[in-house]
Write a new protein. Sequence first.
Length: 124
Amino acid sequence: MITIVYLVAVFNNVYFCRIFLHDANMTSGNAYFYNGVCMLATFCASRILPMPYCYYLFWKSLHPDSYWHLPVIFPLITTLDVMNLFWFHKMIVGSLKIIRRRQSRATHLNGKTVTENDQVTLTQ
């Protein structure tokens, strides 16, 4: 069961079109932004949120006769989860930078402050 949960975590890498958008220099568009939001949400849902449940399954599945694999398996799982937390932190920081940049572009377009009632199409 633990293996299945970790394999499902790999399937959230379906947002490879973000790479193509970046290579095509389309990083300021809505497609790039919403793709990043979806990638962040699926990363969290498939890798971060299941962590406690995986540890619960791991400790529940241990028997006294299977303690020999504990020094091998537990550091491996912990290392993978620390790396996932590290990348999730980097994704959050990058997402906040992009959101702040989009907000500053929306409020200061051509030196004028844009009000909420204005309809603005941001192009670069």
